[in-house]
Every structure is written in structure tokens, then in C-alpha cells.
Design a binder for this molecule. Sequence first.
Ligand code: NDP
Ligand code: 8X3
Length: 255
Amino acid sequence: MSQLAFITGATSGIGRATAEALAAKGYRLALAARNGEKLEDTAEDFRMKYNAEVTVWPLDVRDRDAIRATADKVMETCGVPDVLVNDAGLARGLEPYGETAPDDIEQMIDTNIRGLFLVTRAFLPAMLERNSGHIVNLGSTAGLYAYAGAAVYCATKAAVKTFSDGIRIDVIDSDIKVTTIQPGIVQTAFSEVRFHGDKARADAVYEGVDALQAEDIANVIDFVLSQPKRVQISDVVIMANQQATGFMVSKKKKS
Ligand code: NDP
Ligand code: 8X3
């Protein structure tokens, strides 16, 4: 039977592009996100294009009981995932911490940290029992370099990196691999979500920058997953050509 990938945040941006890359490779997919309609559309697209075997799992990763129930059902109906991509995540707001809305603080922590930790906790014992599996966590250059107005988002992504490093130690005696993917500026719905739907402000982030595309990150994830059993890629940092640290991006036109 072909390999199974469970992907959170699979309806948009990096998660969707990763799902598509794996569908093209013949993986079976179990896709999760909150919006069930978008999940169905995504799944149908991959079925049409790649004849892919796709199941959809409407899930809010902030809901602990729903994570448990979903993971159990996925494993019962599809099997234990060979690949877990913890992609679901977001930034909310870009202002000094003293002005950051408490709801935004909680949403970032609950989604990017708590959700990712609990989804991993739900699948890891079964992976360990089978002694195989690859956990791919979406960190960010924001987790390596803090930037103004993003203390919480940056801290959540630093947590993802440290968490990955921690569980890699815990599974050292097994064949399980753990990878943190740390992209820089990727042009997705990310900024529109950050700015609470302000599309003009979101578009301005990418203006004058040859930003990374979701497919660029999906290619890297595909590469990471395609290595021989002996090779574990622990971390990958991917920046745009015009980027030097987390939020330092040149908007000067190159000749
Ligand atoms: P998008 O906004 O395009 O996609 C985010 C995905 O996460 C959507 O499918 C969304 O679906 C899902 N999601 C959001 N909240 C939840 C939730 N509570 N439960 C389940 N699913 C959820 O963003 P990106 O593709 O850009 O971001 C994906 C990941 O990559 C994030 O973790 C982000 O932090 C990280 N990243 C992004 C970078 C960028 O510049 N874009 C750079 C570095 C890292 P739905 O709304 O239906 O739930
Ligand atoms: C998203 C990239 O630089 O906007 O993690 O924080 S950045």
C-alpha cells in the first residue's frame, strides 16, 4: 500500500502545495483544516489531477478532544501515517506587544504551539509502536530572528523548533525522523490572515519582492521526505534571494 501523509493546514499555501506534491508522488492523503468545504474542493482537485486517494478531516487544531477523535479515526480507517506534516499555523497582527490583542495572542499560541504539540502527541505513540514515521513541523525564520511587532508569532515558531529538537531526542532509539522546515517570506494567504483580511496591506508585504512560493517549500519538503532511511534532515532554512534575516527583505529592484 502507498504511504499515508496526514497534513494539517492542507487547504491553502504551503500545506496545500505539500499535499499536491505528495499526491503527485502517489501518497495517500489525509487532509485537515477547519473549513470543510475547502477541504472537499482540495481533495476533489487532487483526485481529478492525480487519481489520488484522499480523505478529509475537518479539524480545528485548537480543539484537544477533536484532535484525539480525528487521529483515532484516521488510524482506524486509513492506518498510521508514514508522514505527519504539522503545517496549520498563523500570525495575527503586527504591532508592539503592548498593543497586541489578547485574542490574537491566544490564537497564535493555541494554533502554532498547543495544536502542533497535541497533534504530534496523538500520532507519535502509534508511529513508535510501528517504529517508522516522519514528522515535519513548520517553523519559520521568525523562530530564528525576532522582528518588530511579532514577538508572539516569533516565539511560537521558536517553540516549534525547540519542540522538534526535543522529540528528536526522545525518539532517538527509533527509526522515526523529525524535521523542522523554516521558511522566510512565502507569498500565501499568510499576510491576509495576519492583517485580519486587509488585502491591500497584505499585498504590500510582497510588493517589490520576489517572494518564495508555496511550491518552493513543498519541493523542499518532498526532498526531505525522499531521503534514504539513514538520512535525517533535522532543519532546513529557506529564504528568498532578497532576504537576509527573518523580516529583512530588500525591496530595491535588482538590475
Ligand atoms: P495559509 O494561511 O495560506 O494556510 C494556513 C492553513 O492552516 C490553512 O489551510 C488554514 O485552513 C489552516 N489553519 C489555520 N488555523 C487552523 C486551525 N486552528 N486548525 C486547523 N487548521 C488551521 O498560510 P501558509 O501556508 O503561509 O502557512 C502555513 C504554515 O507555514 C504556518 O504554520 C506558517 O506559520 C508557516 N510559515 C509561513 C510562512 C509564510 O511566509 N507564508 C513562512 C514561514 C512559515 P483553515 O483556515 O480552513 O483552518
Ligand atoms: C512567516 C515569515 O517573515 O513573515 O513565518 O515571519 S515572516
